[in-house]
Design a binder for this molecule. Structure first.
Ligand code: SF4
Ligand code: SF4
Length: 438
């Protein structure tokens, strides 16, 4: 049986999926000459640097400490010399403090302290080990993982779902991780389940990755409480609410969180990082990122955190034509970069280069009230009505009509024949409602 949710779109059926170029490419490591590591890669207060220009650091050494309750530390992703601690402009953020390290190419690790194996590590110490390793949601959410694993008073969870849907167009990094490192993913799931005292764990994978399903099933064999489920290939199948609905049949209430449906969801890459943190004592210093689109050698690269995006593109053979746009993330939810010298962060699962022709956006025309956006919306909102309210800047009314529940998936914009920029308008409305406390 293939599990799914109501609404959504089918980029695969419409041949816009874009995964073929990189899905067969094994993960390969790329070592940068230098890294520029931002202090605010996660949700919560930026970390506080504890190194200065001229310091020598080892790989995995703490270079910034956690600030605030949900804060996490940041670690050196190469060994070498700190050449600057300065402010840099990052994508979609205010200028951020970054630590630049020149790589000595020795990969000399700091001393690591493993906690134990997946089934024997002391359960009460797992969450602290995850915090110390600086792990945040690697599917793009960037929410600190230890905070997600620590439930507030009165809340309970009976199910953990690992998100291996990877429904976003172009991206294949999770696919390759599940195919090549399924044991790490299952170990991470078991550690999360043990720390949260949850007996039921699912690894949910879309049916366009049956090789990964098989690899995960083999790795999960004999592991207590772990099952692999197959999802329909549909966008946004990997949205938390859609995943929970598909796997458990439960609905997350409007304005609620997965824990309100007694479920917690983690990305498969996050689970693998949890396994590294506990079993090897390794902090999060690298991640798998798909580099694809108009590049000569589409690839799934194991990149050090802080690698400049342009270097990653060059590691994939460079651009195959004059680029029109470079996205961090897939084409549905990715953000266009103004400057490819910016560094990649813990959340960056993809770099997609679009040619000049593909990057041209058709001009919008008036709404023809076809209702396609209503049928596509996985949250069952009325995008056409919400757009009218956003155009009128009537954010109070838009809030009443649940714009805050919009997950900015872009499904409505994708199907709109009038080429209206629906989801960007909803993102702006959500930001304004939050900033103005409407
Ligand atoms: S899909 Fe576009 S044209 Fe059709 S109703 Fe929605 S906003 Fe209007
Ligand atoms: S962007 Fe928002 S309104 Fe549009 S389909 Fe996604 S959830 Fe619905």
């Amino acid at each position: 049986m293939r599990l799914s949710f109501k609404g959504g779109i089918h980029p695969l059926r419409e041949r816009h999926e874009g995964k073929n170029a990189s899905k067969g490419q094994p993960i390969r490591a790329y070592i940068p000459q230098s890294v520029c590591i931002p202090m605010d890669m996660h949700i919560g207060a930026p970390s506080a640097p504890v190194v200065a220009k001229g310091d020598r650091v080892k790989m995995g050494q703490v270079i910034a400490t956690a600030v605030g309750g949900i804060g996490i530390p940041v670690h050196a992703s190469v060994s070498g010399e700190v050449v600057a601690v300065s402010q840099k402009q990052l994508l979609g953020k205010n200028p951020s403090t970054c630590v630049e390290i020149r790589n000595d190419l020795q990969d000399e690790w700091t001393e690591l302290t493993p906690l134990g194996e997946a089934e024997t590590a002391p359960a009460e110490r797992i969450i602290q080990a995850v915090r110390d390793a600086g792990i945040c949601g690697m599917g793009g959410a960037c929410f600190p993982t230890h905070a997600k694993m620590s439930l507030p008073e009165g809340k309970s969870v009976d199910t953990v779902i690992l998100n291996g849907a990877e429904c976003e167009t172009f991206l294949t990094s999770d696919h390759r991780l599940m195919l090549e490192e399924p044991g790490r993913v299952v170990d991470g799931l078991r550690l999360i389940m043990r720390a949260m005292k949850v007996s039921r764990g699912f690894i949910a994978v879309e049916e366009n990755k049956m090789d990964a399903v098989k690899a995960m099933q083999e790795a999960a064999r004999g592991r207590e409480g772990v099952s692999v489920v197959v999802l329909k290939t549909k966008y946004p199948q990997g949205g938390e609410k859609q995943l929970i609905e598909a796997v458990t049949g439960r609905q997350v209430p409007s304005g609620g969180l997965p824990m309100d449906a007694h479920v917690n969801v983690f990305n498969v890459g996050t689970a693998a990082a949890v396994a590294d943190a506990v079993i090897l004592g390794r902090p999060l210093v690298s991640r798998v990122t798909t580099v694809t689109g108009c590049v000569k050698e589409p690839a799934n690269l194991l990149l050090r955190i802080g690698t400049p995006v342009q270097e990653a593109i060059d590691a994939a053979g460079g651009c195959s034509e004059e680029p029109g746009k470079v996205f961090l993330g897939g084409s549905m939810t990715g953000i266009a970069m103004p400057d490819t010298s910016m560094p990649m962060t813990k959340a960056n699962n993809g770099i997609v280069v679009m040619g000049q022709k593909e990057a041209v956006v058709a001009p919008p025309t008036p709404c023809i009230r076809c209702a396609r956006c209503l049928a596509a919306c996985p949250i069952r909102l009325n995008p056409q009505r919400l757009k009218e309210l956003c155009d009128q800047q009537d954010y109070a009314k838009a809030k009443k009509e649940h714009v805050m529940d919009c997950i900015v998936c872009g499904a409505c914009s994708y199907v709109c024949p009038a080429k209206l920029e629906l989801s960007p308008a909803f993102k702006e409305a959500k930001d304004k409602i939050t900033a103005r406390r409407i």
